[in-house]
Design a protein around this ligand. Structure first.
Ligand code: MMA
Length: 176
């Protein structure tokens, strides 16, 4: 019986495109081809994104660091300019990122599901607008290229982590 139900479900899925298990999507990569590739794919196991540090100078997004649960990622980028920090409210998530780039990243605007937005950098260059493909999914991690500056960024969207095995219990915004 179970086999029959599974087979039926599979057929319906293939025929009618009914079953969509994947909730993840990707936007990008926005920016230039310089710098060295980095990815926070493992950091997402530390929990949801809870804070950002963005370094900006008068022209560029110079560097960045992202907190997953209570653990900061490695810093990528250079050391010029000012480091700015934003901390999300418990349970708050990024649901849109827009910005500008030329050869390097120049502007970033993060929008949250609580209606807040945070902008960094200068308003010049080619525009991009990144948002998740699937409803009720949020920004889970970043990847991109960086050297003396942040050359490019890509945005990985998925469901908010409910069960978080590697998350610290004392971590902010985790609920349990
Ligand atoms: C370095 C090097 C380049 C990169 C820039 C900006 C100064 O050069 O890594 O490949 O494009 O930094 O990040």
């Amino acid at each position: 019986m179970l086999r029959f139900i599974l087979l039926l479900a599979l057929c319906l899925g293939v025929a009618g495109n009914v079953i969509q298990l994947s909730r993840s999507s990707f936007s990008g990569e926005y920016g230039g081809g310089g710098g060295k590739r980095f990815s926070h794919s493992l950091n997402q196991l530390d929990g949801p994104i809870t804070a950002f540090r963005i370094r900006v100078n008068w022209l560029f997004i110079v560097g960045l660091q992202v907190r997953y649960g209570s653990k900061w990622s490695d810093y990528v980028g250079g050391s010029l300019g000012d480091l700015e920090e934003i901390v999300l409210h418990p349970g708050e998530s990024i649901v849109q990122v827009s910005g500008k780039y030329k050869l390097y990243l120049r502007r970033l605007v993060f929008t949250t599901d609580k209606g807040r937005s945070f902008s960094f950098g200068k308003d010049t260059g080619t525009s991009f607008n990144a948002a998740p493909l699937h409803p009720r999914t949020v920004l889970r991690y970043l990847s991109g290229r960086a050297g003396g500056l942040v050359d490019a960024l890509g945005f990985h969207w998925d469901t908010y982590p409910v069960h978080c095995l590697r998350c610290s219990l004392a971590g902010p915004g985790l609920g349990s």
